[in-house]
Design a protein around this ligand. Structure first.
Ligand code: MN
Length: 132
């Protein structure tokens, strides 16, 4: 059994290579082998979002605060709010982020394959973000 006390894991700023705008990451848990589970909270300031990316075996988002947007490649941008959940299929190219004028926090639940839980791609353009 492992208890991680609140305040024991430092926050970090999402790097520019993976995020547009200001996104604060608060780790919750990254499991050791044989578990492949990775869980973390991300808080996006208004306008902030991930770059396009995929996950090898999918990803679950639980929106815990605010209102934001999610988009899939070739699909429409959707608004999401606290209490919503979003499932992305394995390999589905997508992004997630805040609203244009509202912050959004989600918990991201992801499984790694071969030590990697995400493949980062190109930034989401302002035009793609603003189609909501
Ligand atoms: Mn994702």
């Amino acid at each position: 059994m492992l208890i991680k006390e609140n305040g024991s894991q430092p926050s970090s700023l999402g790097p520019e290579s993976n995020f547009t705008g200001h996104a604060r990451r608060d780790p919750i848990h990254v499991a050791d082998d044989p578990s492949r589970l990775a869980v973390g909270a991300v808080t996006f300031d208004p306008g902030a979002r991930t770059v396009w990316h995929t996950h090898p075996v999918g990803q679950l988002l639980v929106i815990t605060n605010g209102a934001g947007r999610v988009g899939t490649w070739g699909g429409e941008v959707r608004e999401v709010r606290a209490g919503d959940t979003v499932w992305f299929e394995a390999g589905e190219k997508h992004w997630h982020g805040a609203g244009a004028s509202t912050a959004m926090t989600h918990i991201a639940i992801t499984e790694a394959v071969g030590g990697s839980a995400v493949d980062w791609l190109e930034p989401v353009s302002d035009a793609d973000f603003d189609t909501a």
